[in-house]
Write a new protein. Structure first.
Length: 388
């Protein structure tokens, strides 16, 4: 089957256009309903799982999605034994040479930009089948496939209505990869209001907030759930919680762990303050000792996180099928492009952009002026002796 998706890489949410995302969500609905079945090929394509950081749900949902299609699954996660001082790039080149069929690499890496780097390197190799790379989370950057899953779930919650969404992002917004991916993922909705709820130490990075505003989103900021419920003009009907990643939080938050958790943990007595039909999403697995959402809510109608967790399977089935040419007629019952969000696709595909050496740019403000080099901003301050 000829497919416009085959061999492409998903490093950012925006690597699929809004029209393509709608196609994927529409197809996922059909696969979930059982109206579209697997296309098992005689020649099996290879799916490689490379997870340099721990994962349960993402990794296993990709594994099972590949099995659904009859693909060969290779878990190459044990990188310390595998690489033997080799670079990741050399290892990927080796594996792609072991098959004449297309390969898909699902990668979680602490190194931001890994999939984009590999895409650029492998696209320059002659006489080879172009592999696809799927970003399953890179450092503090993004997690596009989990955002696809969240967005698919949001559409289910809203009965596929894309006119408006009001979403509260709660928790560790500084380090939450899925929270960062919301900048692009929410663009399928025509009118977007986002309430950011987090103390300043773990508040949303300013660059993502600015991008949300440039996308036309209405953005409001609060330092705690208690403040939000007391002062917000309108409480969101969908909440998304990002668990605290204390190992990544800077020195300024040392000694304040309890205060941070308290600020973004929902209390049972606040249930009556939520709008009718309110739904909660949250990143899993949750902290068994200090969950942001009370365990008492597991059997409450607000629980949409289990729905989202199950949807990870269906969305990744479709994504793997698209990238390997099993789906791709690219006909959809979704609205015509003229009805899509009117904003243009982002001009910059990533957080880094190459420029020509002689290209004139705004001068960098520094003690010693320079024309060529790298600026490292937001350097951490050392902890005080009292903290040490």
């Amino acid at each position: 089957m000829s497919s416009p998706f085959q061999g492409r890489t998903i490093h950012l949410v925006s690597d699929l256009s809004i029209t393509e995302q709608l196609y994927m969500y529409d197809l996922a609905r059909q696969v979930k309903a059982g109206s579209v079945k697997a296309d098992v090929k005689e020649k099996r394509q290879n799916v490689y799982l490379l997870f340099e950081e721990e994962s349960t749900r993402t990794k296993d949902s990709f594994r099972n999605a590949a099995v659904y299609h009859g693909m060969t699954v290779n878990d190459i996660t044990d990188s310390k034994k595998l690489f033997k001082k080799e670079s990741v790039t050399d290892v990927i080149k080796m594996f792609t040479s072991y098959s004449t069929e297309q390969s898909v690499f699902v990668i979680r890496s602490p190194m931001e930009g890994m999939c984009r780097w590999l895409e650029n390197v492998m696209s320059k190799r002659p006489n080879t089948t172009t592999p696809s790379f799927i970003n399953a989370g890179d450092g503090r950057h993004t997690h596009p496939t989990l955002e696809y899953v969240d967005t698919f779930t949001l559409l289910e919650i809203k009965n596929n209505c894309r006119d408006h969404i009001h979403l509260a992002l709660v928790g560790d917004l500084l380090n939450g990869r899925t929270a960062h991916s919301k900048v692009d993922g929410l663009r399928i909705f025509k009118n977007v209001t986002v309430d950011l709820i987090a103390p300043k130490e773990i508040q949303y990075p300013v660059e993502y907030k600015v991008k949300m505003e440039s996308n036309g989103f209405t953005v409001n900021t609060f330092e705690s759930i208690e403040e939000y419920l007391a002062t917000a003009a309108k409480v969101a009907d969908i909440w998304s919680f990002s668990r605290l990643q204390m190992s990544r939080i800077g020195e300024e938050a040392h000694g304040r762990e309890e205060d941070l958790h308290k600020a973004v943990s929902f209390k049972p007595q606040w249930r009556s303050k939520l709008p009718e039909g309110c739904k909660f999403l949250q990143t899993l697995p949750r902290d068994v000792n200090r969950p942001l959402v009370p365990y008492a809510f597991d059997n409450d109608e607000v629980n949409a996180w289990e729905q989202a967790s199950g949807n990870g399977y269906w969305v990744r089935i479709v994504l793997l099928g698209m990238l390997t040419g099993r789906y791709g007629g690219f006909t959809t019952t979704s609205p015509a492009p003229s009805l899509l969000v009117p904003s243009a696709e982002p001009a910059m595909r990533d957080f880094a952009q190459a420029i020509k050496p002689n290209e004139t740019k705004k001068p960098v403000q520094s003690i010693i002026p320079f024309d060529f080099g790298v600026v490292i901003d937001h350097m951490s301050r050392g902890a005080s002796e009292a903290v040490v």
